[in-house]
Design a protein around this ligand. Structure first.
Ligand code: 5GP
Length: 182
C-alpha cells in the first residue's frame, strides 16, 4: 500500500511522517529527489539533491512515480522499492498527489490531506524554516491555492492542530486500511 501524505507547505507533513516512520518499522519512507539546494541545518538525507540536467534525464527514462515543479525547483518520487512487507510513505505536494491518484488504484493507496489550523499558524511555520524571506513569502502566497486544489481530490482531511492527535489519527487510518486489505 502507498500512504500519501499531502498538503500545503508549512502544514507539518515532514514532522508527522517522521513520527509515523519512527514508530512503525513496517513503513518505508521514500526519499525524494530535488533540484532545490539544501537548507542550512537540513539533514543530508532529507532529499537526494541533484542538478536539473540529472533530474531531467531521470524523467526522460521514466524513473519517477510522480514529479512536479514547485516554486522553480523539481521534486520527484523515484519508483519505490520497499519490498512486499512494507507500506510506502510519500510526503509530496498536491500536484504529485494528483499523479499518484492517476497511477495507483484506490485499493492500493491511502490518501491523507493535512490542513493547517489557520493561515497564520502556517505562515509562521513557513517563516521559521530557514528559507530566504522572499521565498518564505512566496510559499505563503501559494499555500492557500494548494489547499483549494487539494480539497478537490478524494482525500481524508485532517486538521493538524495537535501533532499527537494527528499522528494517532493517521496511525488509526493505516491500521484500518491494512485490516481491509487482509
Ligand atoms: P520543500 O522545498 O519545502 O522541502 O518542499 C516543497 C514541497 O514539495 C512540499 O510541499 C513537499 O512536500 C513537496 N515535495 C517533497 N518531495 C516531493 C516529491 O517527491 N514529489 C512532489 N510532488 N512533491 C514533493
Amino acid at each position: 500500500m502507498i500512504v500519501v501524505v499531502c498538503g500545503p507547505g508549512g502544514v507539518g507533513k515532514g514532522t508527522v511522517v517522521a513520527r509515523l516512520v519512527a514508530a512503525d518499522p513496517r513503513l518505508w519512507l521514500s526519499r525524494s529527489w530535488t533540484t532545490r539546494s539544501q537548507r542550512p541545518g537540513e539533514p543530508d538525507d532529507a532529499y537526494t539533491y541533484v542538478d536539473r540536467p540529472t533530474f531531467e534525464a531521470r524523467i526522460a527514462e521514466g524513473g519517477f512515480l510522480e514529479h512536479a515543479e514547485f516554486l522553480g525547483n523539481l521534486y520527484g518520487t523515484p519508483w519505490p522499492d520497499a519490498g512486499d512487507e512494507r507500506d510506502i510513505v510519500l510526503e509530496i505536494d498536491v500536484q504529485g498527489a494528483e499523479q499518484v491518484i492517476e497511477r495507483v488504484p484506490p485499493a492500493d493507496r491511502l490518501f491523507i490531506l493535512l490542513e493547517p489550523p489557520s493561515p497564520e499558524v502556517q505562515a509562521e511555520r513557513l517563516r521559521g524554516r530557514g528559507d530566504p524571506p522572499e521565498q518564505a513569502e512566496e510559499r505563503i502566497r501559494v499555500a492557500q491555492g494548494e489547499i483549494d486544489r487539494a480539497r478537490q481530490l478524494d482525500a481524508i482531511r485532517i486538521v493538524n492542530d495537535d501533532l499527537d492527535r494527528t499522528v494517532d489519527e493517521v496511525e488509526r487510518l493505516i491500521a484500518e486500511a491494512r485490516a481491509a486489505r487482509g
